[in-house]
Design a protein around this ligand. Structure first.
Ligand SMILES: [Zn+2]
Length: 460
């Protein structure tokens, strides 16, 4: 009964929910620009106030950067606990001249709100705020589950406040599922749940030969050439049909479960679509695996660039002293980035040719792949809640890239996790005229209300 009441309150309270959503969109919380630091804090304070008003106990988590907003309501011991993650910071709005209306003046056109942060990611956590308000009101000041909410202010720039908080207070953040609410739909109108992210190891390989650039007429035939060796190394790393040739590279790769594969087969995402997006004439890679498996569930290796030598107009007959190349590997569970780096290094060194020396360095922090899993109550409850709000079964997806915070949650909380959000394809996150359909915001609010009750029932 309370669930239906909460849904009804949400439908009656749409205008008030939009007003708060638009209020947050008017705050230019651009985390990357120092001149907006005060705005980030203003946005955090706004969330503390509103989440508090909704019934959560809220505090600011301070650190070396923009604060994280943390709220909780733990009124039903014995019932499951859900932790919702979001971020209030946004990308810089430039180029400003491409905005049809100013980025921090939310404007509704044809049922769509246009503003920086509309879909990434204020549309997501402001729906959480609305859902909590209505669920609390319907339950007489009580929720069907225990709820924790962490909304950070450094997602777009990379910061340490939330990761430090998660590591330091892992026990306080303990929960039965983390809802990483910073995504959206990949097919219009079809809700999706993201169940894994790929990790990454980024490397730099430096190959040296002669101490100085030398004349290829005088020394060609006897001087080692770092660029020829670079080509040899690249050829030894990955075959033309997409197989990574590093011994042991695939040892820990876990196959995707059948339920996910089935969902990908019926996703409607086609080769044609990817060809259009990339402009490539044909897809490459391991053709014994379907396209989406290659994009989401298989590890891969790419060369990003090679520096050095002569690349100007005309000719210069030189044997360059050094070549530097950048190579990264996207990893899937359960590949360990440190072990993969060691295997990579050993293999690259083994490909050195006479007279060359090779140094292999890791650039940036590696990130581990995270498999959220499909078979836990949080994922099942989220799937059921989405189906109720949108009237369609969810499709399962994975992220080809990394979500750093997911790794922190996975490492410290060791619990079920699921990624999702309410934005629709074409929402222009990070671009001018970012937008979010109001219908998606309202359905998202109802999805969250359903989730509170579904999670209570499935876990109870
Ligand atoms: Zn985001």
């Amino acid at each position: 009964v309370s669930r239906e009441q909460a849904i009804e309150l949400a439908r009656k309270g749409r205008d008030a929910a939009l007003e708060l959503y638009f209020q947050s969109l008017r705050i230019p919380s651009v985390s990357a620009l120092p001149e907006h630091a005060a705005d980030c804090r203003r946005n955090a304070d706004f969330l503390v106030e509103e989440l508090g008003r909704a019934g959560l106990t809220v505090r600011l988590v301070e650190g070396d950067g923009h604060p994280t907003v943390y709220g909780e309501w733990l009124g039903v011991p014995g019932k499951p606990t859900l932790l919702v993650y979001g971020h209030y910071d946004v990308q810089p709005p430039d180029p400003l001249e491409e905005w049809v209306t100013p980025p921090f003046e939310p404007t509704v056109r044809d049922g769509v709100v246009v503003a920086r942060g509309a879909e990434d990611s204020k549309g997501n956590h402001m729906a959480v705020l609305a859902a909590v308000r209505h669920a609390m009101a319907a339950g007489g000041g009580s929720l069907p589950i225990n709820l924790k909410v962490a909304i950070e202010g450094e997602e777009e720039g990379g910061g340490n406040v939330l990761p430090t908080f998660v590591a330091r207070e892992a026990a306080a953040l303990a929960c039965d599922c983390v809802l990483v609410l910073d995504g959206g739909f990949v097919v219009p109108g079809v809700p999706c749940l993201e169940l894994a992210t790929r990790g990454i190891v980024y490397t730099e390989v430096e190959i040296t030969g002669p101490a100085i650039d030398v004349h290829s007429g005088s020394y060609g035939g006897v001087s080692p050439n770092p660029f020829n060796t670079a080509g040899w190394i690249i050829a030894g790393l990955k075959s033309p049909d997409g197989k990574v040739l590093i011994p042991g590279f695939y040892d820990a790769v876990r196959e995707a479960p059948e339920a996910e594969l089935r969902s990908w087969r019926s996703s409607g995402i086609t080769e044609k679509q990817i060809l259009e997006e990339t402009g490539a004439p044909e897809l490459a890679g391991e053709d014994e695996y379907p396209m989406l498996v290659r994009m989401w569930a298989r590890p891969t290796l790419d060369v990003h660039g090679i520096r050095g030598g002569f690349t100007g107009e005309g000719t210069k007959t030189v044997i360059p002293a050094r070549a530097v190349m950048k190579v990264s590997m996207r990893l899937v569970a359960d590949q360990d980035p440190l072990r993969i780096f060691q295997l990579f290094k050993k293999h690259v060194e083994s490909l050195a040719t006479a007279g060359t020396r090779i140094q292999v360095r890791q650039l940036g922090p590696p990130s581990s792949p995270v498999n959220f899993g499909i078979d836990h109550p949080g994922a099942r409850a989220a799937a059921a809640a989405f189906e109720k709000a949108w009237g369609k079964p969810v499709m399962y997806t994975r992220a080809g890239g990394s979500i750093p915070v997911a790794e922190d949650f996975a490492k410290h909380l060791r619990t079920g996790m699921v990624g999702c959000g309410f934005s629709q394809p074409g929402g222009r996150a990070h671009s001018p005229n970012e937008q979010m359909p109001l219908d998606a915001f309202h359905r998202g609010t109802e999805m969250l209300i359903h989730l509170f009750w579904e999670f209570a029932e499935l876990s109870g």
